[in-house]
Write a protein that binds this ligand. Structure first.
Ligand SMILES: NC(=O)CCC(=O)C(=O)O
Length: 265
């Protein structure tokens, strides 16, 4: 599986429309990849709380501008696209969600995932967005994908639910994020930890730039089931991080070091 992570520069000087067009072109340039991944809330910025309500949109490509643009870009490139997340305008009484969108190469919306763990404690996303409730896996033809978003990375029990999902547990964990530079070491530490403890690939795709005064970590990475970093962005600028995943490594690592079988609880 060839995976390309697009570490998008998000900054308030660029309009959402312009960024949407630019990101669509970047996705179209990835034809040949088996999976393209975008970061969390790249249209608006993960910390631009004051713009969440105004930029909220529908997850349906028939009505939501980001969903429509990403559906078309996935189809034109002929790729599976994890389009990162949007501020989703839910149908339930004005609720907002941090919702990831996954498109198949035909442009069909194959899955949505509403972020379960909201960041901010008593402010920001935690007070403005509603929480998702369900772990989501996606049947990519080469490997089942498990979805998580940014702050979710701090909650290992979600990842256990993804690898234990029926009928097929996740083998590639996809984590779009808008992770701040000041906690960049946590981002890389947790991404590698989730790979090692679940004996899975982890695709960790962050943003570049700075929005709402929060400088972003960048440091997107592709990590294998032994915890080795196959490819990464060492800088904080916009970047494309590409790696070829040997998916047979998941079974090889699980068989040669069968730690998952020793779980008691
Ligand atoms: N957007 C987020 O979920 C930020 C998470 C974060 O900053 C952290 O976990 O630290």
């Amino acid at each position: 599986m060839r995976a390309s992570l697009l570490q998008i520069h998000v900054d308030p000087d660029e309009s959402v429309d312009s960024r949407r067009e630019r990101v669509s072109s970047l996705v179209r340039a990835q034809s040949g990849a088996d999976l393209v991944v975008l970061p969390e809330l790249w249209p608006v910025g993960a910390f631009a709380y004051e713009r969440f309500a105004a930029e909220a949109e529908e997850a349906d490509p028939a009505t939501g501008p980001t969903a429509l643009a990403m559906s078309a870009a996935a189809r034109d490139a002929g790729v599976w696209l994890h389009a990162g997340s949007i501020v989703e305008k839910g149908t339930e009484g004005g609720a907002l969600y941090n919702t990831s969108l996954v498109f198949s190469p035909s442009g069909e919306l194959a899955a949505t995932y509403r972020k379960v763990h909201r960041f901010g404690f008593d402010r920001g996303e935690a007070t403005m967005m509603s929480a998702g409730t369900d772990p989501v896996t996606v049947p990519h033809p080469q490997a089942t994908l498990g979805l998580a978003t940014c702050y979710d990375l701090r909650f290992p029990e979600l990842f256990r639910a993804l690898i234990d999902a029926e009928p097929h547990g996740a083998r590639v964990l996809v984590v779009p994020a808008g992770w701040p530079a000041k906690r960049a070491d946590h981002w890389t530490l947790f991404a590698r930890t989730r790979a090692v403890e679940n004996q899975c690939f982890v695709l960790a795709c962050g943003t570049a730039g700075s929005h709402a005064g929060v400088a972003q970590a960048g440091r997107s990475a592709v990590i294998d089931p032994w915890g080795e970093v196959l490819a990464e962005s060492t800088g904080t600028e916009e970047a494309v991080v590409t790696a070829d995943l040997d998916l047979s490594q998941v079974d090889k690592v699980r068989e040669s070091f069968p730690v998952l079988k020793d779980r008691v609880l």
